[in-house]
Design a protein around this ligand. Structure first.
Ligand SMILES: [Zn+2]
Length: 197
């Protein structure tokens, strides 16, 4: 393994461990925002994990603004995080919730607030690089129809005609604010560096 797994601060197995519908090889990563508040420590991961668990939802990972990570230790698990009808996105993807109150800010502040959250953005890139080596997921932006990295907004656009969720709306689309391409470029740099070692 040329790229080691980022440190896991919260084991998500107590929340989601026995809830995989089944197991599959994955080709996509879907980025979400929790729309909940960052707090010092890891309660800002544990609380939304418990909230999702109580609603029969699951996700593979969490990352907060301090760079803390939650992980399920089961990337092949099929979890319920990005319903997409015929797109079968849950079957094909690994989901990450980014702890984020940014969607509650007024639109003009959203991008600049994300842009300053380097610890969180870089941690996302590290997980993408790790999963590239561990699960063979390509490090490139995807609209959800082909292998790569996508977002919940994008999946809703592609498969639900925009009538779905709009978390992690990428900056490179009109109305967007999440620096998805920055995260992917950073992950590509980490992969290149690891391959040279
Ligand atoms: Zn979402």
């Amino acid at each position: 393994m040329p790229f080691s797994r980022p440190k896991v601060d919260v084991d998500l197995r107590p929340y989601f461990g026995d809830e995989a519908a089944f197991h599959t090889n994955k080709e996509l990563i879907v980025l979400h925002e929790t729309v909940s508040f960052n707090r010092p420590g890891v309660l800002d991961i544990k609380n939304p994990a418990a909230f999702m668990d109580g609603r029969q939802l699951e996700v593979h990972g969490f990352i907060d603004a301090e760079g803390h990570s939650g992980w399920c230790f089961d990337p092949r698990a099929v979890y319920d995080h990005a319903a997409s009808g015929s797109g079968r996105v849950n079957t094909r993807s690994i989901g990450f919730e980014l702890v984020s109150e940014i969607p509650m800010l007024r639109p003009g502040l959203r991008f600049q607030t994300w842009w300053k959250r380097r610890k969180q953005l870089v941690r996302v890139a590290q997980w993408i690089a790790y999963l590239h080596f561990d699960q063979g997921i390509p490090v490139r932006y995807s609209d959800g129809t082909r292998p790569g990295v996508t977002t919940h907004w994008q999946v809703s656009e592609t498969y639900l005609g925009g009538h779905g969720h709009w978390d992690c709306w990428p900056k490179h689309f009109p109305g967007g604010y999440f620096p998805a391409l920055f995260v992917i470029r950073k992950a590509q740099q980490l992969v290149q560096k690891a391959k040279k070692q």
